[in-house]
Design a protein around this ligand. Structure first.
Ligand code: ATP
Length: 271
């Protein structure tokens, strides 16, 4: 049984230091770089592995875990790095990064090259579910990461990842549904979707696409002994998504207060 207390505390601390970095006093800094389909996130930890700064930017440089705009990706990571260096008054040298489960053979080192190209020394390249679990600390269950382009499913047994899958359905599809239903552009739909005050009204509209995600989850965890599902990833910020997934899969489904920054924090912890 996990309570998410440590995870919620870390995420709130991260959100606070994005606004107001904690400067000085650390001999070394560790950076986690999360290159996502929708969002590029940098998390900086101090020598005690406490979040001291962070930055994120919505960008279109990665699709379904693959870098599609290599130069653009390097530029964004470098800009965020410089922004944080200026705020912290120090240079950032070391970074860890993560790749979606099952893409290591396809990725061809692109994510690693982007992080290095932006001026970091890579200390660790790990898979996303392992990174998320550095914060969640789940022993048994499924971690479901619903991002922008994809849904990643990983099954943990005794704290180890025993099964991973990544499927191309995520928040982008949610935005496309909203765009169609409300006659909005994709960009407008994205902004509308991210506002919490719209979630109650959006949930029935998005129910079919959430059920599609739930059926993907069910398909992958079939045959495994999964008692609990833990939701992470930006799309899980949607209020009420957990209830639909729980009902559809028949498995207890839980999520931390802010599921968006769990994986980026976990990446930094693995630095
Ligand atoms: P992927 O894992 O597919 O590469 P990513 O790492 O960019 O993508 P995340 O940053 O975890 O994914 O999530 C991005 C998605 O979360 C986007 O589709 C975005 O619209 C959605 N999202 C972000 N905030 C919210 C919110 N408050 N409510 C609903 N959806 C949100």
């Amino acid at each position: 049984e996990i309570t998410f207390d440590g995870c919620n505390e870390l995420v709130s601390r991260f959100e606070a230091v994005v606004k107001q970095p904690v400067t000085g006093g650390s001999s070394v800094y560790y950076t986690g770089v999360d290159l996502g389909t929708a969002c590029v996130v940098l998390v900086v930890l101090d020598e005690h592995y406490k979040p001291v700064a962070g930055a994120y930017r919505y960008a279109d440089v990665v699709r379904d875990g693959m870098v599609v705009d290599y130069i653009g990706a390097i530029r964004i990571v470098r800009e965020l790095k410089e922004e944080l260096e200026e705020k912290l008054g120090t240079e950032l040298y070391f970074a860890a990064a993560a790749i979606p489960p099952g893409t290591d053979s396809l990725d061809g080192g692109a994510i690693k090259n982007v992080v290095q190209g932006a001026g970091f020394e890579i200390t660790e390249l790990l898979d996303e579910p392992t990174a998320a679990n550095a914060v969640l600390k789940i022993k048994n269950g499924a971690v479901v990461d619903i991002g922008g382009g994809t849904t990643g499913i990983s099954i943990l047994k005794d704290g180890k990842v025993v099964y991973v899958a990544d499927e191309p359905t995520g928040g982008t599809h949610f935005s496309l549904v909203i765009s169609g239903a409300y006659q909005m552009s994709f960009q407008e739909a994205e902004v509308y979707k991210r506002k919490e005050e719209n979630h109650k009204e959006l949930l029935p509209v998005l129910k079919p696409v959430v059920e599609k995600v739930a059926s993907i989850i069910s398909r992958h965890i079939k045959g495994h002994d999964v008692q609990e599902i833990y939701l992470v990833g930006g799309t899980c910020c949607l209020t009420g998504i957990e209830a639909i997934i729980e009902k559809q899969t028949g498995i207890r489904t839980r999520k931390p207060e802010n599921p968006m920054f769990v994986t980026p924090l976990g990446i930094a912890f693995s630095c």
